[in-house]
Design a protein around this ligand. Structure first.
Ligand code: ZN
Length: 210
């Protein structure tokens, strides 16, 4: 079984270039503060441009993560072919239309066909796609496509449930309105029973261990 690394980099939209331009962000934030009618020199704001630039560097780090380094050979050959399900993966992303957060949970499932990915890598994969300017639909699809290309499983399913602050903070407030998106490939698309098993699994409340 082969995985095309170029395809993985393409799905991950990995940027090979240098770091984020912190200086440029600082200057822009300074200009924004002025445009708001604020005084950027007042005590509380003096270090704000610098803080915001450092914050964006972290929140947008997903473009420059090397996905193959992240996976770090945590691929294992198995004969197991039952559904692997990782649910309730917390994520924080930034809506590309408003630069405001959207936050929620991701549920990922796949049907292995000879190969699985180490369990701890799935939340890291979610983070890689969340730590950038996103829309929820693309985030959902990218996670599914990446796993599909990496593992060539018999099926992949990804469901994302999120709260968008750009919707809840602005205009007519719809407190708590959540959006759900999904991407289903292979068996999850073709086979209603498989899809149903997955959806039933994730619709039970969060797992409580304590
Ligand atoms: Zn938005």
């Amino acid at each position: 079984m082969t995985t095309n690394n170029d395809t993985l980099y393409k799905i991950a939209e990995t940027l090979q270039d240098s770091n984020i331009d912190r200086e440029k962000i600082e200057k822009s934030i300074m200009k924004m503060l002025e445009a708001f009618g604020e005084n950027p020199e007042r005590e509380g704001l003096q270090r704000t441009p610098e803080r915001v630039a450092r914050m964006y560097e972290e929140l947008l780090s997903g473009y420059r993560l090397d996905p193959l380094e992240m996976i770090n050979d945590a691929l294992f050959d198995v004969t197991y072919d039952e559904m692997v399900l990782v649910r309730d993966i917390e994520f924080y992303s930034l809506c590309e239309h408003h630069l405001l957060p959207f936050i929620g949970r991701v549920h990922v499932a796949y049907l292995p066909k000879g190969r699985v990915l180490g369990l701890s890598k799935i939340p890291r994969l979610v983070d890689m796609f969340a730590h950038r300017l996103q829309v929820q639909e693309r985030l959902t699809r990218q996670i599914a496509e990446f796993l599909d290309e990496l593992l060539h499983p018999a099926g992949v399913a990804v469901v994302v449930e999120a709260l968008h602050l750009c919707a809840t903070m602005r205009g007519v407030k719809k407190h708590g309105a959540r959006m759900t998106t999904s991407a289903m490939f292979g068996y999850f698309r073709k086979n209603i029973a498989t899809r149903q098993e997955f959806l039933e699994n994730i619709s039970r409340g969060p797992v409580s261990i304590f």
